[in-house]
Ligand binder design. Structure first.
Ligand code: MG
Length: 391
């Protein structure tokens, strides 16, 4: 019986993970559930799955009047402790943003498998994550559909026979739109993704293609592939989840209708596969046609900004991630326009170009500073529509 902890169980990935686990009670037991603020949903999940341990990380943020049982642990330290719980085998990290880094490090240092949906932790702290994995003996299995596809296509092949990785991108809700039309798009339009049903942060990242930049960096860290050998292509149907091209010209792809339950189940069962009739829905005719196109860099400059940050290395990916997290919140709150997302990231990267980080504490300090710089830039007005703005 594999004992599973789900960090962020009330979010989109957390709920999908529970849907998968509910179908396989003979293989998995839900041992730990954590949520940030959604006390009511967490209680419902506790009743259904009877975990041994329940954590509400931010009880002060819970809805007024929400009941918090005395058996629950609360606070950030409880979350970190749950990530290294000795009676857990697999930690599903479905937290959003940089806040997921320390739980990833704790779980890897404690020798656990981390099924990672929190790509920000790899982007920001790639070398620290690698170090924690090597020292603690933990293993990292991606939940992100593109990286799961690559893992499946590589199928244990050595890196030396891989020529190139090609990540697919849906293109998001604004695919094909010219830059001029993107000036005035609001959060609602950006949140309505054509193929994937996801949380708010990743939906905005998908619309701006920041998500794909984060995923290029994620692939670089996970598969130790140089940036020159990681390509991207827009594939609106989201059926091909990525390609791996080998040195002999052969290309493998992994396909399936877009549901996160497939990569979640694979991350839990890897390197084995577990039968799940519910997920066997693929139909090539219904998938037709499959099309591919280039990314429009002029309309989606944030992609290039993010990949350039990845190439620069050091703390640049962490700075990019922090600025983007702040900018996404401002965009969702109506305080920043869509083109402003890229300007905030560029500005923050320029400001913090000289920073370095050797430890997780350093990295947290850089993250905090980058958030301050990004927030200040947004407050002063970053958009070209603001007369006299610095843009
Ligand atoms: Mg993805």
């Amino acid at each position: 019986m594999i004992r599973v902890a789900i960090l962020g169980s009330t979010g989109s990935i957390g709920r999908s993970t529970l849907a998968v686990l509910a179908r396989h009670p003979d293989r998995f037991r839900v041992a730990v559930l954590t949520a940030r603020r959604s006390a009511e949903e967490l209680r419902r999940q506790e009743t259904e799955f009877s975990p041994r341990r329940v954590v509400l990380a931010d009880p002060d943020g819970a809805a007024p009047g929400a009941e918090i049982p005395g058996t629950w642990e609360t606070g950030r330290d409880a979350l970190l402790s749950a990530a290294e719980d000795p009676e857990v085998d697999v930690v599903v990290n479905a937290l959003v943003g940089f806040a997921g880094l320390e739980p990833t490090l704790r779980a890897l240092a404690a020798g656990k498998r981390v099924a990672l949906a929190n790509k920000e932790s790899l982007v920001a702290g790639g070398s620290l994550v690698r170090q924690a994995m090597e020292e603690g003996g933990g293993e990292l299995v991606p939940v992100d559909s593109e990286h799961s596809a690559i893992l499946q296509c590589m199928n244990g092949a050595p890196r030396s026979v891989v020529e190139r990785l090609v990540l697919t991108a849906s293109g998001g809700p604004f695919r094909g739109w010219p830059a001029s039309r993107l000036q005035s798009v609001g959060p609602e339009a950006a949140l309505s993704h054509p193929t994937w049903d996801m949380g708010a942060k990743i939906s905005i990242d998908s619309a701006s293609l920041a998500n794909k930049a984060l995923e290029v960096i994620e692939a670089h860290v996970l598969y130790r592939m140089p940036f020159d050998r990681i390509g991207t292509v827009v594939h609106p149907q989201s059926i091909v989840h990525s390609f791996v091209e080998f040195v002999d010209g052969s290309v493998m792809a992994q396909l399936g209708f877009p549901t996160m339950e497939i990569p979640i189940l694979y991350a839990l069962s890897w390197p084995d596969r577990i039968a799940d009739p519910e997920l066997r829905t693929f139909d090539p005719v219904r998938s037709s046609p499959l099309t591919f196109e280039e990314i429009d860099h002029e309309a989606f400059p944030l992609f290039g900004v993010g990949v350039a940050a990845g190439r620069s290395g050091g703390v640049a990916p962490a700075v990019f991630n922090a600025a983007n997290e702040v900018a996404v919140q401002a965009f969702l709150g109506g305080r920043l326009d869509f083109p402003g997302l890229a300007r905030v990231a560029e500005f923050t990267l320029e400001r913090l170009a000289g920073s370095t980080a050797e430890s997780v504490e350093d990295l947290v300090a850089v993250d905090t500073e980058a958030r301050g710089v990004a927030a200040g830039r947004i407050e002063r007005g970053v958009s070209p529509s603001v007369p006299g703005g610095e843009s």
